[in-house]
Write a protein that binds this ligand. Sequence first.
Ligand SMILES: [Zn+2]
Length: 234
Amino acid sequence: MNTRARVALGASLAASFAAWAVRGRSSEVFGPSVWRGKTGRKAIALTFDDGPSPATPRILDILAGYSAPATFFQCGENVARAPELSRAVCAGPHEIGNHSHTHPNFALKRPAYIIDDFLRAQRAIEDATSRTPVLMRPPFGVRWFGFREMQERLGLMCIMWSVIGLDWKLGAPDIAGRVLAHARDGSIVCLHDGRGTLKDPDAKPTVEAVRRIIPSLLEKGYHFETVSQLVCRT
Ligand SMILES: [Zn+2]
């Protein structure tokens, strides 16, 4: 291999490493992170990002019908706008995690900006629910320099996912099909009860998919846990 080819290969490897470090579900380059529970237990954690929104109570109703707990990674801005929806989540067996305040892409942002945005969300959730999240999910799955310090200061573990529903762009049958095809022991399933910080997003496909996913997984012998329950037992 000549020098130019070696340099090109090096650059391409560096680029793909950087992409994995920032967005890879198993990357812990920027801080401690978990993307699945242990195998060997038929437990699954359903997670919902970008809420709360007017769709949240509809998902809570479905979960309640099966006594299924779930984890909601909420945006502080949404919580501040609709604190009663966050409290409705807390009234059930569910967990609330921090999904930032304004749902930015944190790549290239300064550490102080990253810490401040998650701190604002942490306060908004505490003000609304009197609960202090111990879990965090980064918007778009993007971690950056400053995440490790933010996680240490706020006591937040980063939670990625093992199955992503692509529910912001697929219809209900395809969302449910993806989740059911990929769900395994210890899976953390990522769905959305909102869209960023939109006030009234269309989450109908997600709601309809959840209606299909839960009974199918129960039939396969799975049960549901919050992320903390799933991860703490591993
Ligand atoms: Zn999000």
